[in-house]
Design a protein around this ligand. Structure first.
Ligand code: ASP
Length: 323
């Protein structure tokens, strides 16, 4: 009997008193899969970087930050860091957040001209009395901490934006590109879990728009007793259901990472009037045993996991089988 059916058969999950059951039950599982890192999309270079840290006794916070930085520095990725697609007015604006195993968190929103948004978010967490810095203030803070100012709009992204401007048609695109927001979760040898999430947000968004990715509880949530979750896809839908927090709370009730992601996707799909066929959302989760899971609305989502079995990219299960 797996943990979920155990809890379901006793009925305690629905009473919201799963925590004790969870703990008692998890004590009986001897094999903990650690260290481990898991991320949204096919980002083997990023998970490799994180693994270098985890496999040499490094901590999960450094692992997720360094892993995300790989994609932020990749000019070919048009959804993260340098090379990110701009808003309607041609501004590349980055959103990112990070959360550690102590429950600390930091975030930046609408950050311009600084590619390593995840490292700025970490400094907000560690060196300021705040959780979130936005816009000019976030940039000013980054510059004061020694970050370089650079133009994040690459020639390729500029060309695509000019092309888009011919029609100026705005519709959230189901992400069929090979990757998007980078969300990363890691558990180190000490069994401590941290997470990070970084993005340039939706392509051609309204100026000033901020999505789920820098919002703790929506784009990312970590509870070191239970596990962590990250989201990618249409941020507005993730925010409305406080998605990553929901996934972690479902794991607290005893659901497996896969089932927790699936229930959180169901919550979006089954909302009255949901037009889920027109957008994508995907979740990734990691629990304290080192088990991972994922689920998305549309076909095409995948995750990359690096543990003692190697660095592999896995297709995610999804809801919309009819397409
Ligand atoms: N979640 C991001 C946002 O809404 C975008 C994405 O993951 O594609 O800004």
């Amino acid at each position: 009997m797996n943990r979920r059916s155990f809890i379901k058969s006793t009925g305690v999950a629905s009473l919201g008193i799963g925590l004790n059951i969870n703990k008692t039950f998890s004590n009986s599982i001897k094999q903990i899969n650690k260290p481990i890192v898991v991320a949204t999309w096919d980002v083997k270079n990023a998970t490799k970087k994180a693994w270098e840290i985890l496999s040499t006794n490094g901590n999960s916070l450094d692992a997720v930050e360094q892993g995300c930085r790989v994609e932020e520095a990749n000019e070919n990725g048009q959804s993260v860091g340098i090379g990110g697609l701009p808003d309607r007015e041609g501004n590349v604006t980055l959103d990112a957040c990070i959360m550690d195993y102590m429950g600390n968190c930091g975030s930046v929103v609408y950050l311009k001209d600084i590619k390593h948004a995840i490292s700025v978010a970490r400094l907000v967490m560690e060196k300021t009395p705040h959780v979130m810095l936005a816009g000019d203030g976030a940039k000013k803070y980054a510059l004061s901490m020694g970050f370089n100012e650079e133009n994040l709009l690459t020639e390729k992204s500029k060309k695509d934006w000019i092309e888009w401007k011919k029609e100026e048609e705005y519709k959230p695109i189901i992400n069929i590109e090979n990757h998007d927001t980078i969300g990363m979760l890691a558990m180190d040898e000490k069994q401590n879990i941290s997470g990070a999430c970084t993005t340039s947000g939706l392509a051609y968004k309204m100026q000033g728009r901020v999505g789920d990715s820098p919002i703790i509880g929506s784009g990312l949530f970590i509870d070191n007793e239970i596990g962590g979750a990250v989201a990618t896809g249409l941020g507005e839908e993730v925010i409305k259901t406080v998605g990553s927090f929901l996934v972690v709370e479902l794991m607290r009730q005893g659901y497996s990472p896969d089932d927790a992601c699936k229930i959180a996707i169901d919550r979006i799909v089954k909302k009255p009037g949901s037009n889920y066929k027109n957008f994508q959302v995907g979740y990734v989760a990691l629990n304290k045993m080192g088990q991972t899971g994922s689920y998305s609305i549309q076909k095409g989502f995948s995750i990359t996991r690096f543990d003692n079995n190697g660095n592999i990219n896995l297709d995610s299960q999804y809801y919309d089988k009819q397409g």
